[in-house]
Design a protein around this ligand. Structure first.
Ligand code: SF4
Length: 189
């Protein structure tokens, strides 16, 4: 297996250790609800492509969840296209790039949506709960919440990264896939 390629059997473990909060939230919501609305499918789908999930694995991954909600047939008819589309296999065949933090922070999730940046779009209560679940200690948690309140979302994410990994991230976080790579680099040391 090449570096930078993840396989389906590792995905839950990798999500827990190396996904930034925005992707962790989408991943957990998908596992729980067996569904994500369009904005979430785009944000998580392109991120997963960026971390090296191959098209066949991506289809299997989404199908396993969506089938439990809408059935395999409806998945094939209504949702598989969008996944192939993300990989540039349909429509204009554009190979879409994963979203940057800036783009995600500026998105406007509505009711029932799980995409967006939790440091910006979560209520303080939900943010605190999510950070606790990620394993951020109470002192660091206060600092993260402070940064988020001051609208320094990427800084809040950087502090979360540092708290979880016990290592500094001098460049700061500006892309979910950069977060992932930096995390994997530390964990593989
Ligand atoms: Fe995701 Fe970027 Fe927000 Fe972190 S700062 S949660 S990587 S969008």
């Amino acid at each position: 297996k090449e570096f930078g390629e993840i396989s389906l059997k590792d995905i839950d473990q990798v999500a827990r250790s190396s996904f930034p909060l925005c992707m962790r939230h989408l991943f957990d919501s998908l596992r729980e609800d067996h569904h994500l609305k369009h904005g979430g499918r785009m944000q998580l789908g392109l991120f997963l492509k960026g971390v090296g999930l191959k098209l066949d694995d991506a289809l299997a991954f989404w199908k396993a969840e969506f089938s439990q909600k809408v059935g395999a047939e409806r998945f094939d008819k209504e949702y598989a296209y969008g996944i192939r589309h993300n990989f540039g296999k349909e429509g204009k065949r554009t190979d879409y790039t994963p979203f940057s933090c800036q783009k995600i922070i500026l998105s406007t999730p509505g009711v029932g949506d799980h995409h967006g940046c939790p440091y910006r779009h979560f209520s303080e209560e939900n943010l605190r709960a999510a950070l606790g679940k990620m394993g951020v200690g109470s002192r660091e948690l206060e600092q993260v919440v402070e940064k988020a309140k001051g609208r320094h979302y990427q800084l809040a994410c950087t502090l979360t990264f540092e708290a979880i990994h016990g290592a500094s991230c001098d460049s700061g976080i500006n892309h979910p896939n950069q977060y992932f790579k930096a995390s994997q680099n530390i964990l593989k040391e």
